[in-house]
Each structure stands twice: as C-alpha cells, then as structure tokens.
Design a protein around this ligand. Structure first.
Ligand code: HEC
Ligand code: HEC
Length: 315
C-alpha cells in the first residue's frame, strides 16, 4: 500500500524532528539552568561567586544553616516582629525604592532558610550584594543591627511560620512577592495596588500621577522599570520563569532583580496567578485537547475506510 508507506515516512520524519531537532534548537536558544527545587542553601551563590567573595558567602550560608537548626520560639518571636512592622506596615509608602510588601502570609510563601538569610543580610540573601559596597545600605539593611542574635532570628522566623501563614490566594502571593516591582495591567494592578474605579476624571488622573511617581522611584532603585507581567506566562516558558524566580542571576547574569525567596508552594501560587491573568483559556485548551485528537483519529479512520470502499476493484 503506497499511501501507508508515505504516511509512515512522514510520521517518521515528523517524530525525528520533534524528538531530536526541536530540543536541540531549544537548548541553543535558551540556556539550560538547573533548578534547586526552591530550597535555599547558598550552594549556587557560592559556586558562582568570584574568588574574593567565596569565603564570605560560605561563612554566611553556613551561619544560616546553623540558625535553621535551632528550635525557634514563636511566642518570643512576636515581640521581635515589631522591628519588622516599622517598615512592613501596609502604609503603602515607598522605602528606599519600593513599598515594603505585606508579610501577612510570609510564613506560607517564603522558604524558611531564605527568611533567616534575609534577616541576617537582605542583600546577601537576595543575591544582589554585588550592588553594595556596604550591604547595610540595602533598603532593609538596617535589620542587621536591630535583629542580630541567632535566637531572635530563629524566633521571629518561627513566629512567621506559625502566625503569618495560613491559606493564601494566588493573587495575594503575587501581590506580596512581585507587585512592588511588576505591574499587572490586565488585572489593574500597579506598584501601589489595585487601581480603583474613579467617578471623576480628576481623581483618576491624580491616581495616575501617584503610580508614575512610584514607578519612577522603582526605576531609580532597579536601574530600569521592571516589565509588566500580564503576558509573561505566554512569552516565557515555565522552566525559564521558575529558575529566574529562584535565582535571577542564573538566567540574567548581572540583573538588578533580587531573588525573592519563594518556597515551592509560594512559587506555584504566583505561577497560578500569572496563568489565570495571562493565559485564562489554558484549562479550556487542556480539556479540549484530547477531544480534538480523538476527533482527528476517528476522522482519519473513517476517511481511510471510505477511500478503501471507493477504490475497491480499481487495482
Ligand atoms: C527599614 C525597613 C525594613 C525593615 C525594618 C524590615 N524590612 Fe523587610 N523589606 C523592606 C523593603 C524595602 C523590602 C523590599 C526590598 C526589595 O524589594 O528589594 C523588604 C522585603 C522583605 C521581604 C520580601 C522578600 C524579599 O526577598 O524581597 C520579606 C519576607 C521581609 N522584608 C521580611 C522582613 C522581616 C521578617 C523583618 C523583620 C525581622 C523586616 N522585613 C524588616 C524593608 C524593611
Ligand atoms: C525588587 C524588584 C523586583 C521584584 C520584587 C521582582 N522583580 Fe522581576 N524583575 C525586576 C527587574 C528590575 C527586572 C528586569 C531585569 C533585567 O532586565 O535585567 C525583572 C525581570 C523579571 C522578568 C524577566 C522578564 C523578561 O522576559 O526578561 C520576569 C519574568 C520577572 N521579573 C518575574 C518576577 C516574578 C514572578 C516576581 C515575583 C515572584 C518578581 N519578578 C519580583 C525586579 C523585580
């Protein structure tokens, strides 16, 4: 049967291209970066550190590991947490470049090791220490002087894991982890929160000016305005996004985007939000996919049978 042979040849080459050539082209266009499953031990930071920084980073992360092994006292941590609410107070005021994020769900979206590292030294934890001659000049850097004993750090982290956790929606996760830098205009989200519906144009314009002023401050802090992420889930693959969020330096060496320290759960929430806004028809597509395939298979069989019937006796 000639047709079957042609079909076999076409199928063979399609599969060959799909299996061999596509992944190769893909690997050439996108650097492959190994993820660490959203666990922060400093391994990657130490590996990629310059010679003179290696020892400093090794010491820093080994101290983090030591504090992580302490059994924190959540009750005692509540008092320490008052040091945090001086800045993380929901007042929506820019502090040194961005509005400090709400910490209502910090215990659910961030990794424990990361939180410890962040309080010890925010610039080191978020892997942007190369931007500072003295890391205490980071916008949250003064924390080094106020919460500086191992016990205080272990206690305040235990407090967040226990009391600042609970169920978090995908949108809340995004607001707390990304929205201070990245707007999401498809969901009317800016760096200063959700844009209300204004009755009067004057109020809308006044609000717009506030957004622009905030964006100017973020731009000054980051060197450029972080892009709106409304469409990012379609523009960038999941592997890129995951490894970028886990360690921005791994995908964009020298970038000013800090690591935010999300846990795997926290990242999944953020990704769910990016998908819900940027690619809302994805679940529908996935649901329809098997039906469409099934249709094509049945259709092909019918077409084949019909052809056989038509040509019977012609050979
Ligand atoms: C001096 C003000 C200030 C204090 C005090 C402060 N923070 Fe922050 N915090 C910030 C700012 C500003 C950011 C945003 C930094 C950025 O995006 O580069 C931030 C970011 C964070 C983040 C987001 C994670 C990340 O890597 O960006 C967490 C979690 C956090 N702070 C927890 C705490 C905790 C816990 C304390 C108290 C132990 C605390 N902060 C004290 C200003 C402060
Ligand atoms: C403190 C500010 C800040 C925070 C917080 C932040 N980012 Fe970024 N992000 C940036 C900056 C600045 C850039 C531009 C980086 C560059 O071009 O070097 C960027 C770039 C990106 C890009 C790359 C876009 C592209 O295609 O090149 C993605 C994706 C991204 N961020 C996702 C996130 C996500 C998701 C979060 C929250 C989990 C987040 N960012 C939190 C500052 C931030």
């Amino acid at each position: 049967m000639r047709e079957l042979k042609i079909l076999a040849v076409v199928t063979f080459f399609s599969l060959l291209i799909y299996i061999l050539v596509e992944p190769f082209a893909h690997s050439q266009m996108h650097k492959h970066v190994e993820g660490h499953n959203f666990v922060y031990t400093g391994e990657a930071d130490i590996a990629e550190a310059s010679k003179d920084k290696k020892a400093v980073k090794e010491k820093f992360w080994s101290e983090v590991t030591k504090i992580a092994s302490l059994k924190g006292d959540a009750k005692a941590g509540e008092a320490v947490f008052a040091n945090c609410t001086a800045c993380h107070n929901g007042a929506n005021v820019n502090m040194g470049g961005v509005v400090p994020p709400a910490l209502d769900h910090a215990g659910s979206i961030y990794d424990k090791n990361y939180l410890i590292a962040l309080i010890k030294d925010p610039a080191m934890a978020s892997n942007v220490d190369h931007k500072y001659a003295d890391t205490s000049t980071h916008p949250m850097g003064s924390i080094k002087y106020t919460v500086n004993t191992d016990a205080d750090i272990a206690n305040v982290v235990a407090y967040m894991l226990k009391e600042k956790s609970g169920e978090v929606t995908p949108k809340e996760a995004y607001e707390q982890a990304c929205a201070r830098c990245h707007a999401m205009r498809y969901d009317k989200l800016t760096q200063i929160g959700t844009t209300p519906n204004f009755k009067h144009e004057k109020d809308a314009l006044a609000h717009k000016i506030k957004v622009i002023e905030e964006q100017d401050a973020v731009k000054k802090y980051m060197g450029k305005l972080p892009p709106d992420l409304s469409m990012i889930i379609r523009a960038r693959g999941e592997g890129f996004l995951e490894t970028l969020v886990e360690n921005p330096q791994s995908q964009l060496p020298g970038t000013s985007m800090p690591r935010v320290g999300l846990s795997k759960d926290g990242y999944e929430k953020v990704q769910a939000y990016l998908t819900a806004i940027g690619d809302p028809s994805k679940p529908e597509r996935e649901r329809l996919g098997p039906w469409v395939l099934g249709f094509f298979i049945i259709f092909s069989i019918l077409a084949f049978l019909w052809k056989k019937e038509k040509w019977r006796g012609h050979h």
